[in-house]
Design a protein around this ligand. Structure first.
Ligand code: NAG
Ligand code: NAG
Length: 422
């Protein structure tokens, strides 16, 4: 192709036509490789395990950094024993925003903030002290880099969502709970009738929370939407509205792990009772309706989801089945099923996607050790199975967050000067 010859010349002049530099949005997104993944140990002495990612997407052993708080376990409603795997009954027990990492401490009712060293993303430095979240049994956290807001949901006897602003100096005080009426205990009895996840919309202007219903009590779950109020003359900085819009989309019961669909306001959300849905959000009212429903035959509890930029599809996991189910972002129909049973894990929970890979956590079950399985979404095959019993992870482990590569990585350091804007 003759164009390639003039390409370096155009590049040096900064004259690369946009269409040439960015063949298409999907290919562009597909190049967003990861640098590291983070998993919460959720042990009594809680810690974050960081696993570095090589340029080819493969993981290796990393670091274990204490959060200064305590993990905990929900109570399994069937066995009345401490829950595990799925100790926190949630997605997003930890999250990355910019160079910051946030992790919940379900046993000490706090959230910990860390600064990530971009030169070595397994190096985490705690920023400030673990901050009280006002609720009991915090199990999920969301953070907006745009608004510098972190929100935590708690699902114990005192349940609800609390938010605070953060800066490079740490988290400011968390605000009063936006209560969620669950009539739970601490620790909560689940998995039904608990909070599943907090997360921000693609534009970060809405905070969502998913809450599981309880089919045995005829209580339906819901999606709550809380707008972020911008800066104005009387508000020095953005804050999350105290009033939310609650929707229980028809056919949904136990809404769980969610992923905002790229370049859209739709949400991809699992429902532990049957599979997953695509939800459309009315831009004026924020009311959610189901626009597609995927029922997974033989599923036990489809709870976690991620969206792969390489395939432009969602991948969901089931704590009791060792496989990935690939689903459409248009109507949640099943696209493929990737059976991973040969690696011996009992099932999968939290997962993330970057480049052409999906990274899925199996915390094990006490006899089978914790492991992360890496799957190539283009060949639909396992490319790595990294066991983590020496990393300090057990069946209590929960949550996965991923740091994406960006230009300037490996040169700038843990350098954000502490400028207090909290
Ligand atoms: C649930 O609702 C159905 C239909 O309204 C009713 O028949 C059933 O008795 C209810 N079950 C419980 C446990 O309240
Ligand atoms: C753990 O999972 C393995 C693999 O599925 C299974 O063979 C074993 O019985 C399980 N152990 C427990 C305690 O559930």
């Amino acid at each position: 192709m003759h164009l390639t010859r003039s390409f370096p010349f155009l590049l040096s002049l900064g004259l690369v036509p946009t269409a040439l530099a960015r063949p298409n949005a999907r290919a562009e997104a597909g190049r967003s490789n990861g640098r590291a993944i983070y998993i919460l140990s959720n042990e009594q002495q809680n810690s974050v395990v960081a696993l570095p990612m090589a340029g080819n997407g493969m993981l290796s052993a990393g670091s274990n950094t204490p959060t200064g708080g305590a993990g905990s376990n929900a109570i399994d409603g069937m066995t009345k024993q401490p829950a595990g795997p799925d100790a926190l009954l949630s997605q997003s027990a930890l999250t990355v925003a910019g160079n910051s990492l946030f992790a919940v401490n379900a046993g000490s009712n706090t959230v910990t903030m860390f600064a990530i060293d971009r030169a070595d993303p397994t190096k985490l430095k705690m920023v400030g002290n673990p901050m009280s979240v006002k609720g009991e049994f915090p199990n999920t956290v969301a953070a907006s880099e745009k608004h510098k807001i972190v929100c935590v949901a708690s699902t114990g006897a005192v349940a609800g969502v609390s938010c605070g602003s953060f800066s490079s100096c740490g988290i400011g005080a968390m605000d009063d709970l936006r209560p969620i009426d669950l009539k739970q205990t601490t620790p909560p009895v689940g998995p039904t009738n608990t909070v599943s996840q907090v997360f921000f919309s693609n534009d970060q202007d809405t905070l969502y929370v998913t809450v599981k219903g309880d089919p045995s009590k005829n209580s339906t779950g819901f999606l709550g939407a809380f707008p972020v109020q911008g800066k104005s003359a009387c508000m020095a900085k953005a804050s999350v509205s105290r009033e939310g819009v609650m929707s229980s989309p028809e056919g949904t019961v136990v809404l769980f792990g969610s992923s905002p669909i790229p370049k859209s306001t739709d949400l991809f959300v699992t429902d532990a009772s049957f599979g997953a849905v695509v939800l459309a959000i009315d831009p004026k009212t924020e009311v959610a309706t189901a626009k597609g429903k995927g029922v997974i035959e033989g599923q036990k509890a489809t709870c976690w989801s991620t969206i792969s930029p390489a395939s432009n599809t969602a991948f969901v996991t089931d704590v009791a089945l060792n496989r990935l189910v690939e689903m459409s972002l248009t109507d949640a129909r099943i696209v493929s099923i990737i059976d991973l049973a040969a690696n011996g894990d009992p099932g999968l929970i939290d997962l993330e996607a970057a480049g052409k890979f999906v990274y899925a956590l199996s915390p094990g079950n006490g006899t089978t050790p914790a492991a992360v399985t890496v799957v190539d979404v283009t060949s639909k095959a396992q490319v790595q199975h990294l066991q983590l019993k020496d990393a300090g992870l057990s069946k209590n482990a929960q949550g996965m967050a991923l740091l994406f590569e960006r230009s300037g990585d490996r040169t700038d350091n843990l350098g954000d000067m502490c400028r207090d804007t909290r």
